[in-house]
Design a protein around this ligand. Sequence first.
Ligand SMILES: C[S@@+](CC[C@H](N)C(=O)[O-])C[C@H]1O[C@@H](n2cnc3c(N)ncnc32)[C@H](O)[C@@H]1O
Length: 344
Amino acid sequence: MTDASGPPHHHEPGAHDLRPTVDTHAGDRRLVPWRRAPFPAPWGTWFGREAPLHLEIGFGDGRYTIRRALDEPNADFVGIEVSSVSVRRAVTKLRHHDLQNVRLVKGGAQIAVRQLFAPASLSSVTVNFPDPWPKDRHEDKRLLRVPFLTMLAGRLVPGGEIRLATDHPEYLTFSEAEVRASGWYAIEEREAPPAVFETKYATKWKEQGKPLHYRVFVRNDEPVPDIAPIGRPDIMPHALLQGSLPTTLTFEKVVNPVEEGHVILHDVAQRIDTDDTLWIRATVDEPDVTQQLLIVVQRRTDDWIVRVASFGDPLITPAVRGAVHAATEWLASLGTFDVTARNY
Ligand SMILES: C[S@@+](CC[C@H](N)C(=O)[O-])C[C@H]1O[C@@H](n2cnc3c(N)ncnc32)[C@H](O)[C@@H]1O
């Protein structure tokens, strides 16, 4: 379909376009587009009150958090879940209730907790049936390890609790050892509340007749190091170049190590109606977060710009900066460009 006004303008990004997006109303929606939210998130503003805040990690189909939100109208509840299918199920379930005290977040808990919660803001964190990762070589994928327990200790109020239900004895032993090693919690064995027995996973587990282990890790008074959210830069990382694209473009996948992770540039696509825009598809992998990105290479009036596209609301981590660097180096390697500025 062609618009009467002709082909779309060649959009020329200025400084304004290079500013990262912040959506202060992000939390008005039940499923929070959290990567656009202020960090830490203004939960009090979003819920419209200051009330005890409880978090569930890995909420599955959401029934536990919804149950608690119904039972405790004077508290607010946030759920974080990494699986899209589970999030969709929970959002559907949530639609059946007129609940104002629940928000859901789709993402990995390690990065989402870091970004979204202020120090001493959480009353409790519930983890029902975390993935056990039973093989020894997968231990580092288990959720309740010292680094994450340390971050949670900073986000919990004094006396706040991590409540763990698991049917997996090795996971229990492992997490108790990590909790002791962290030094931030006392371990208590308690009766599991009834709602724990009603989660989707618990229902399956009951059919198999396996024992349930329930532990509460109570935050002690030891001061904990602050692990602040990754900040937003004033301007998105970019580089400026003089030159032109060569008549024949060649590209080979790039894999670069960066700090604690790595950057992969997978492939390059060119806009088909003009030859002045390229998109480079990248993956950046760091200990707590993996992100898919698009790096845009675009001709402007007097130069070319290489920048991170805001598409997908990436967090600007060291590896994201590394991806802009890798893209800039690839362009420089073509032999037809000079890099005149690097801002990443
Ligand atoms: C075994 S299921 C239990 C689900 C639910 N709690 C229940 O009891 O039915 C574990 C859940 O944790 C989620 N999960 C695993 N790692 C996660 C992470 N890093 N952040 C958020 N959710 C995670 C999985 O997607 C899965 O839904």
